[in-house]
Design a protein around this ligand. Structure first.
Ligand code: FMN
Length: 373
């Protein structure tokens, strides 16, 4: 089950960072959906490293091949298999990680869990490289959702302690959200973006790394998606977000801030808008009540840790001799994962939301539902 996710729409990720390829099998994609391959390429390019000064110099071109489930420009409804070749692997950089585990990476836990048999090169199956497959799957789901009026946008809300401009969760500025995909750094306030870039550059030269928070908005969701208790929208989305390497926190709406408020401050009062739609004045709940969407924008924050592979010397253990050692990591690593994680979060949200839609009413039912924003 571990690398497979979903109910009505399932994704199954495969591959290792330095193997021949990574990829994904999507099962349950509705038949007859046109796929804009150029838009898919453009989407996954936002994740690829090597084209910005603040990402690793690894060149991951991320061109994909569709092996099944796609005929004459449309999905067939049978399993859609997509592979992305690995072309810029330098395995020598990682020769030591099998016995000198990188602190806070998965080298140690992966070795224990798979009894030393896992591929250690470039983090193997635990590598951020696997998120290229997640992005291809997300690009497909995003296109299917957009045709039905559901749009998903993500941005860097915070990086290295520097915050982007706040957006109203009840009514986020659409033009700001739409502009994010065309920017090198997905922030609303470009001045703040410049501060973030300067800080990344400074920390990179110090051999260190930075974390941050990605915020994601889903607009146009109908009220009534999701189930109570364990099948709630929060549970399903969070389970997919936590599958993204380096994600250490997920919060919906105002997150932990709600626990410091009174009910009178936190409740989102209902009203009927000019179109006769039930809406809320504020959106502290992030568009979800009782695990079910209420038609307001879905708002979620995803906390990303600093890249574990840093240039500074760190304490570790030698698993061959069981003695303490110092490790200095060579290799090519992102000084911050956050800029590249934005599109991964967007992709994961699209996959989870399409699955929720298909479980709730199938694609046809979407048109008949009341839309939020
Ligand atoms: C897009 C992306 C790129 C990543 N790049 C790196 C990297 O260059 N170096 C690194 O040590 N970790 C990188 N990671 C994070 C590790 O894969 C992750 O920290 C590791 O698998 C341990 O998992 P955990 O952080 O979820 O506990 C990346 C993650 C993502 C999502």
């Amino acid at each position: 089950m571990a690398s497979r996710w979903g109910e009505q729409l399932t994704i199954s990720l495969f591959g290792e960072s330095h193997g021949p390829a990574v990829g994904v099998v999507l099962d349950g994609v509705p038949p007859g959906e046109e796929l804009d391959l150029e838009a898919m390429e453009a989407f996954i390019k936002r994740r690829a490293p090597g084209h910005t000064p603040w990402s690793t110099t690894r060149k991951e071109r991320d061109t994909f091949s569709i092996l099944s489930g796609f005929y004459q420009g449309k999905t067939t409804g049978t399993p859609l298999t997509i592979v992305i070749e690995n072309k810029d692997a330098r395995s020598l950089d990682y020769a030591k990680t099998s016995y000198l585990p990188r602190p806070s990476h998965a080298d140690y836990t992966g070795t224990v869990r798979f009894k030393g048999a896992s591929d250690p090169r470039g983090g193997g199956h635990f590598s951020g490289r696997l998120t290229a497959s997640l992005c291809v799957a997300g690009a497909i789901c995003k296109q299917i959702l957009e045709r039905r009026g559901i749009e998903i946008y993500a941005r860097i809300a915070e990086l290295g302690g520097i915050s982007d401009l706040g957006l109203d969760p009840a009514n986020p500025d659409l033009s700001s959200l739409k502009s994010l995909a065309d920017k090198k750094l997905s922030v609303v306030d470009d001045e703040k973006g410049k501060e973030m870039v300067d800080l990344i550059e400074k920390v990179r030269t110090q051999g260190d790394s930075l974390g941050g928070i990605v915020q994601c908005f889903a607009l146009g969701l109908p009220a009534g998606l999701g189930d109570p208790m364990f099948g709630g929208v929060e549970s399903r989305l969070a389970s997919l977000f936590y599958g993204i390497p380096a994600v250490k926190g997920v919060s919906f709406g105002d997150g932990f801030d709600v626990s410091r408020r009174r009910g009178s401050e936190n409740n989102d009062p209902f009203y009927v808008d000019r179109q006769g739609q039930v809406r809320t004045l504020t959106n502290h709940e992030g568009g979800i009540n009782g695990g079910i969407t209420n038609g307001m924008p879905l708002v979620v924050q995803v906390g990303i840790k600093p890249t574990p592979s840093i240039g500074l010397p760190q304490k570790t253990v030698n698993l061959q001799t069981l003695s303490d050692e110092f490790l200095t990591i060579q290799g090519r690593h992102d000084p911050s994962i956050v800029p590249r994680a934005v599109v991964v979060v967007e992709a994961a949200a699209a996959i989870a939301i399409l699955d929720l839609v298909l479980v709730a009413f199938g694609l046809q039912g979407l048109g008949g539902m009341k839309h939020g924003t």
